[in-house]
Design a protein around this ligand. Structure first.
Ligand code: GLC
Length: 562
């Protein structure tokens, strides 16, 4: 029996042949999310940038991912970390230029990496020329019709047009000096677009072509489920603030919410698919749609976006029965839609899984963050052990896996950021009740020493805790058993073992254990039982933690071959 927990060298596998134009490259791809402002800073202003990313692309190639997804890098005042886009067809000058973008794509392709960019169609920044024009043009103008402007209620129009709430807290309406109100489902600096307006539709077609022509391979569609609103007059109230949250969708008849998951939104994606399919290979797309499973699959239909993030998987607690159910449902849903499944454990909006999976089910995550991560305290070593097991499980599932920068280093959530450094609009908009998402956006540590641990020569826009040194790439590179080496080995093996999109659950599995075959010669076993369990027969290809006297310890995943 051989146990390999590290890879002997970290050279990338032969780059996939991009000229092969394989239209299905994305179906089982591993996509690495880069949050540009926190990845690597070349110019030393403390904010990550495109040249920083380009210099570090060899890290992604050595990791063995297939693609990188860039969160927004467009001009933005950063009212919502770049998701407030002032111009969707340019680069924020603090992050670089369009030439830098082209250089990034060229280098990525040279290394065999595909590039996916983020499209934000639900809203713009209030600094977008359209919104500035709308403010000047006044009520009833064509410029205002690109957004959702309405008169208020009350004798003098002093009350918002509806009781809709923003995802970030407070009313979803803001009043402008001439008395009208505009809709913003997110921050006030993010006015919602009106997708009934043909100019809005045309402009996004232009944006898709603009980036496709520059060589990007796919798109991540931000808030894909909210574009179409029921704007028939009079706009209707929801009746309770909690009904403005996506969570309400599980209780409402499908397609009836005034701004989430309306049936008409699918026309937009059918239109986009025609544009994306005009390229060779066709451009891919993945929906960010926080809607319940069966409805989510609709966004992933082959004549629409092709994939949708599986947030139910992300939200499932570390429990064998719950995970088995969500895996089975997700695979069935994807199959029924003709899509491939997706899996994600961490991203720039959620608590990193090395911390989150340790919190008892039902923990109020906002309260946990407010406590600075102390109530309850999370044991970092135990969290890392569980995260590594969860990752090997995810990487064995059929479909594509989305990996968030820093999880390959085992980074925990930075839950104790002092409130005075917080940048997420959620903090202010909730009146200091929710700290928001900065704790998963702290810039990456590349080196064990030096300014900002190698993130850049000029410090970092959010403070990094001292223990980031031990998580850095330098500290883990080539170190047997490190999380970085575990990811590298897992991704290398996964490429070799991938065969088909099926999964067969094994019979006779002990309680608290997940066990399935991906294909003849690749079995994945995850022990969530809290006790050691016998190791099934087979050659040990990889383990997330050392075996214990030949048995599988708690919170451990093993990949077995024949
Ligand atoms: C998506 C993004 C999130 C952003 C929001 C508004 O959920 O992932 O970061 O705040 O959309 O654009």
């Amino acid at each position: 029996m051989t146990v390999r927990t590290t890879t002997p060298d970290s050279t990338p596998l032969a780059a996939p042949d991009l000229s092969s134009r394989d239209p299905d490259w994305w179906r089982q791809a591993v996509v690495y999310q880069v949050y540009p402002r926190s990845f690597a800073d070349a110019d030393g202003d403390g904010l990550g940038d495109l040249r920083g990313i380009t210099r570090r692309l060899t890290h992604l190639a050595a990791l063995g991912v297939d693609a990188l997804w860039l969160s927004p890098f467009y001009p933005s005042e950063l009212a919502d970390g770049g998701y407030d886009v002032a111009d969707p067809r340019d680069v924020d000058p603090r992050l670089g230029t369009l030439d830098d973008f082209d250089a990034l794509v060229a280098e990525a392709h040279r290394l065999g990496l595909k590039v996916i960019v983020d499209i934000v169609p639900n809203h713009t920044s209030h600094q977008h020329v359209w919104f500035q024009e709308a403010l000047r043009a006044g009520p009833g103008s064509a410029a205002r019709d690109r957004y959702v402007f309405r008169d208020g209620r009350g004798e003098r129009g002093e009350l918002p047009p509806t009781d809709w709430h923003s995802v970030f807290g407070g009313s979803a309406w803001r009043r402008v000096p001439d008395g009208q109100w505009y809709l913003h489902l997110f921050a006030p600096e993010q006015p919602d677009l009106n997708w009934e307006n043909p100019e809005v539709r045309a402009d996004f077609r232009t944006t898709l072509r603009f980036w496709s022509d520059r060589g990007v391979d796919g798109f991540r569609i931000d808030v894909a489920h909210a574009l179409v609103k029921d704007l028939s007059e009079p706009l209707r109230d929801l009746g309770a603030p909690e009904l403005s949250r996506e969570e309400a969708l599980t209780d409402l008849p499908p397609g009836t919410h005034p701004f989430y998951d309306r049936d008409e939104v699918h026309e937009i994606y059918r239109d986009w698919r025609k544009i994306l399919d005009a390229y060779r290979p066709p451009r891919t797309a993945v929906a960010e749609a926080w809607v319940p499973g069966a409805r989510r699959a609709l966004y992933a239909r082959p004549d629409e976006l092709g994939q949708a993030f599986n947030f139910e998987y992300l939200q499932t607690p570390w429990d064998a029965d719950a995970l088995r159910q969500v895996i089975a449902d997700s695979l069935a849903g994807a199959r029924a839609a003709g899509a491939s499944a997706t899996w994600v454990l961490s991203n720039h909006d959620v608590i990193r899984h090395a911390s989150r999976l340790m919190l008892p089910p039902g923990t109020d995550l906002d309260a946990w963050l407010l406590s600075g991560g102390r109530a309850p305290a999370v044991d970092a070593a135990a969290g890392l052990r569980r995260a590594r097991a969860a990752t090997l499980l995810m990487l064995a599932l059929p479909g594509s896996a989305y990996v968030y920068q820093g999880e390959e280093l085992g980074l925990p959530e930075v839950a104790d950021l002092p409130t005075e450094v917080l940048q997420d609009p959620i903090w202010e908009q909730t009146g200091h009740v929710r700290k928001g998402r900065d704790g998963c956006r702290v810039p990456l540590p590349w080196t064990t020493t030096g300014p900002s641990y190698g993130f850049g020569p000029g410090g970092s826009w959010l403070p990094q805790p001292p223990d980031f040194a031990a998580y850095s790439v330098e500290a883990q590179d080539g170190v047997e058993g490190s999380t970085l080496e575990l990811y590298r080995t897992a991704l290398r093996l996964r490429r070799k073992l991938l065969d088909g999109e099926e999964l067969v659950w094994a019979e006779d599995t002990p309680d608290g254990v997940l066990q399935f075959d991906r294909c003849d010669g690749w079995r994945c076993v995850t022990n969530l039982s809290g006790a050691t369990v016998p190791l099934p027969a087979g050659e040990v290809l990889l383990t997330s933690a050392p075996l214990e006297d030949g048995r599988l310890g708690p919170d451990t995943t093993v990949w077995l071959g024949r």
